[in-house]
Design a protein around this ligand. Sequence first.
Ligand SMILES: Cc1cc2nc3c(=O)[nH]c(=O)nc-3n(C[C@H](O)[C@H](O)[C@H](O)COP(=O)(O)OP(=O)(O)OC[C@H]3O[C@@H](n4cnc5c(N)ncnc54)[C@H](O)[C@@H]3O)c2cc1C
Ligand code: FES
Length: 264
Amino acid sequence: MRTVVSVSDTVVETPSTITLRFPYAPSAEPGQFVMVWFPGDDELPMSLSYTDGVSKGVTVKAMGDTSRRVLALAPGATLGVRGPYGNHFDLTPRRVLVVGGGSGTAVLAPAAEGAIAQGAQVTVALGATRASELLFKDRLIQARARVKVATDDGSEGMEGYVTGLAASLLDQEPFDAVWTCGPEVMMRKVCAAASEHEVPVFCSVERHMKCALGMCDACALGPYHVCIDGPVFPAERLINSEDFARFHRDPSGRRVPFGGPAPA
Ligand SMILES: Cc1cc2nc3c(=O)[nH]c(=O)nc-3n(C[C@H](O)[C@H](O)[C@H](O)COP(=O)(O)OP(=O)(O)OC[C@H]3O[C@@H](n4cnc5c(N)ncnc54)[C@H](O)[C@@H]3O)c2cc1C
Ligand code: FES
């Protein structure tokens, strides 16, 4: 059932990303998502970037028409929220490497905070196209994560993709788990680098969703439904999948390659 909430606060995080805070009482775990209906627009799955207490939050990056319009929302705007749905990160590993690509860090930040609160040492490999698009860097530092940065254009930290930074961290020191969210091509590379060191990886995966209840097939990923079997998947469920980092489904359910048109 959908609950109507009023946006209590908005925070412009980067030029393309905004956080909406709103009162929502149901308890949630880091990694879970809610379905957010933007009145007059679509309903979209959004990871909870703030999971504690009643003041929840989602952090939205401008991608298509709906998410672009979200950037213009102001406090007082009305949303319809249902959930939380899906599984969540297991916060028990002691030494965690978090690898966030762009807006993927939205779901990883509360997981990092939760693990640190339970005594874990958390290192974050934080990636973005450019310095101004680094998400939650200050928040993660404030939570006492060790934050390392990579930007595609070299405007901050290591120049290049965050996958290179993650691989070098994995070469240098032991970790008990890797948590990652970002473009699937990025996550596939993270899985490959971690498997060389036999470190378990958990990926937060995004697919188009309609019901979020395992009934409509919109979010199919091989034999799984991302809405109920995920969104957090252990790498071994993904790396042999024909779809992971290769195909997704468009809103009408057609299987289409990432970054290209549907085959004729
Ligand atoms: C479990 C889950 C959690 C999510 N959490 C967040 C979140 O915390 N923050 C957030 O901003 N979004 C999140 N998303 C993605 C979000 O639901 C929408 O897909 C996204 O906001 C784009 O919606 P749109 O209608 O504006 O764009 P659309 O009209 O659907 O897409 C516009 C263009 O962007 C491309 N596109 C859409 N989504 C993505 C994507 N995820 N990666 C790369 N290209 C894409 C499309 O292929 C298309 O070319 C999540 C998705 C899932 C399944
Ligand atoms: S969104 Fe309907 S089955 Fe997952």
